[in-house]
Write a protein that binds this ligand. Structure first.
Ligand code: TNX
Length: 637
């Protein structure tokens, strides 16, 4: 350990923190002509900095000290301020640090010590202890009746299809039984599992009956059969010695509460491999989700191959020292990145389809576009625009211009390829977090405003989104976007709004006549920490979301049952933003088990939901997660 950096909170108030940063040179060599790079999510006030200067782009900071030599066995110290809420978690601190020395000729890795927080929370919160439930089905079926007796699947058991709609569901069941229990159902043999068509059942609805004569799964839709397979997989008990699978005698009648049950994964902030994406999609199928929202582009990365603009991935998919995109969130010393080829995307779409999951791609515009702007500067950057702004994630150059012809050429080509690639009838165009101050100092934007009588930036944003909506409509697609898509009041009521700020905001959109998907950050954001202890990874700007709070998320609790507005609420979506999600085990930890709790908000009628009952089922379900080596956050530590 030759170099070590320490960050300490010296003082904190409601919207102010003062920090001291110490860099120790523990080596026997002087550091000369050096600067320090580090990563932190919060914005450092540049003029608060002592003993040098700081330049920050996003989470990437470059500290130039006020002296060029740091002698062996000595330290450098500086202070600075951040005007945000107090830090409470170690992941709020520095995420990486790197010394660049000898004027750039050498670099040295730096050991980080956990941030010294001003008031770390030490109380332990514990879940009530429960006995594992015998029927550990999650989400809770709407009607389940346990009968006396057990059915055994043996090596001569066969899956029989009496419904063509069940083909995917049966194949998936077979694959999962093999993956989980190395148990292969036969192609000829005893017809023990029968998928049977039942046209009286609605979309997603299914019935299961397990009796002495076997397992019967009924549905009237592809999705219904997939959900039946999912339930069956959770009913299986495996006796390793007997090499049989045991199923309890039961009768189940089940159907979804909400039509839309989604999960969003941010693949831009950190890149998640195709295998990780498939793994998640498979898990979603187990909990009866039906939508995967693929966040493919953002300031810090463009992850989708676009044949018309190869630069988007050649340049925009990578961050690093010698790249137009600086390192962000992790990995200062190495180039970081990756993208999905269109061929890979086709495979993932097929994989998801077989599991009853529709994939909605998101191309986030006009904000969150830094990777695109850096990749296609000639097309997308307005050199006359001298507007000053800073986005929430601290960029001053991340917004498309509604006044450049290149913006529309870009949108046309990208949306055409995306619409071609994804069979989903919906395409998500983002629209979130366009910073204040944008476009104001651009003569071209000012002219566009005058031409149309627009009064503010929201009108310009609406102008661009209305164009995107028309383009998508011409491609046979419906536009969907974040809450802010309706800013400027220019898009039609066909646009589906994904509401992330609050339920009140969601209901407002619904009242205006928009269809709405609920994704309130306070309950469904899986990048929020799961407890108050500083070791918990995550952020807390929306809330801390312990398992119980995720479970107790009850949408529309204040809306009367007969209120017509309920029809506009299509469903619920959980989201994992990936600023801190660097690898599979972190992803597992943030998602599980909270995803299972939220699955129940999506699927199970309010009257059937019960926290302690869920905990008992979760306890009974954990062995299945262990079997799959899912590195969930242990609910009972
Ligand atoms: C808000 S919610 C964002 C994301 C961030 C996330 C971090 C929304 C539409 N935008 O860009 O990654 O917070 O929690």
């Amino acid at each position: 350990m030759s170099y070590r950096v320490e960050l300490a909170v010296l003082a904190e108030k409601k919207h102010f923190c003062r920090f001291g940063l110490t860099l120790h040179n523990l080596s026997d060599q002087d550091l000369t002509d050096w600067h320090l790079q580090f990563i932190i999510d919060r914005f450092i006030q540049p003029d608060s900095f002592t003993h040098g200067a700081i330049k920050q782009t996003g989470s990437f900071c470059c500290l130039t000290p006020d002296r060029t030599v740091l002698p062996a066995n000595q330290h450098y110290y500086c202070e600075f301020s951040i005007n945000t809420a107090p830090l409470r978690f170690y992941t709020d601190g520095l995420k990486d640090a790197l010394i660049i020395a000898d004027g750039g000729a050498t670099q040295h890795t730096v050991t980080l010590t956990p941030i010294m927080l001003a008031s770390p929370y030490r109380e332990k919160s514990e879940l009530p202890s429960v006995e594992p439930a015998a029927l550990a089905v999650i989400p809770m079926p709407n009607r389940i009746e346990l009968l006396d007796g057990k059915f055994h699947l043996t090596t001569s058991s066969q899956i029989t299809l009496q419904a063509s709609l069940a083909e995917h569901a049966a194949t998936w069941l077979q694959q999962e039984i093999e993956r989980l229990y190395q148990f292969r159902a036969q192609t000829v043999g005893q017809s023990d599992i029968i998928y049977r068509n039942n046209p009286t059942l609605d979309e997603g609805e299914y019935q299961i009956s397990i009796t002495g004569s076997g397992v019967r799964l009924e549905a009237g839709s592809r999705s219904g059969f997939v959900h039946a397979s999912a339930t069956l997989l959770q009913l299986i008990d495996h006796d390793e010695d007997l090499s049989t699978l045991t199923l309890p005698y039961v009768k189940i009648c089940d159907k979804p509460r909400f039509k839309y049950r989604g999960m969003m994964l941010d693949c831009a902030r950190h890149f998640h491999s195709i295998d990780m994406v498939k793994r998640l999609i498979n898990q979603l199928a187990h909990y009866k989700f039906n939508t995967f929202h693929w966040h493919l582009t953002d300031d810090e990365g463009w992850r989708l191959e676009i044949k018309a603009f190869p630069q988007l991935t050649e340049c925009g998919a990578y961050r690093g020292a010698n790249h137009p995109l600086e390192p962000q969130f992790s990995s200062l010393a190495h180039t970081y990145g990756g993208y999905y080829t269109q061929q890979e995307v086709i495979e993932v779409i097929e994989y998801a389809k077989q599991r009853g999951i529709n994939i909605i791609p998101e191309i986030d515009i006009p904000g969150h576009c830094r990777a695109a702007l850096k990749s296609l500067p000639d097309l997308l950057v307005d050199p006359q625009d001298s507007s000053q702004y800073r986005s929430i994630q601290h960029y001053n150059d991340n917004v498309l211009s509604p006044a450049l012809p290149g913006t529309y050429q870009f949108l046309d080509k990208v949306l055409e390829e995306v619409a071609d690639l994804f069979p989903s009838p919906w395409i998500h165009i983002g629209a979130d977090e366009v910073p204040d101050g944008v476009w104001l100092e651009s003569p071209a934007c000012q002219q566009l405003m005058q031409q149309h009588g627009y009064r503010c930036a929201k009108d310009l944003q609406g102008h661009l989104l209305r164009y995107a909506e028309k383009k998508l409509r011409s491609l046979g697609k419906r536009m969907v976007g974040w809450e802010e898509a309706q800013h400027g009041n220019k898009v039609s009521k066909d646009t589906v709004i994904y509401s992330w700020l609050s339920e009140e905001a969601a209901l407002n959109c619904a009242k205006q006549g928009f269809d709405v998907v609920l994704q309130p950050g306070q309950s469904t954001y899986l990048d929020m920490t799961q407890d108050y202890r500083p070791e918990e990874p995550g952020v807390d700007w929306a809330a801390v979301i312990p398992l119980e709070n995720a479970y107790r998320y009850e949408p529309l609790a204040q809306v009367p049952d007969n209120d017509p507005i309920r029809k506009r609420i299509l469903g619920i979506q959980c989201a994992l933003w990936s600023e801190i999600v660097t690898h599979q085990s972190r992803l597992d930890y943030m998602i599980f088990p909270r995803l299972t709790a939220l699955a129940e908000a999506c699927w199970t009628e309010k009257s059937q939901r019960n926290w302690l009952d869920y905990l008992a089922r979760l306890k009974g379900h954990l062995p299945l997660l262990d079997k799959q080596k899912i590195e969930y956050r242990p609910p009972w530590k």
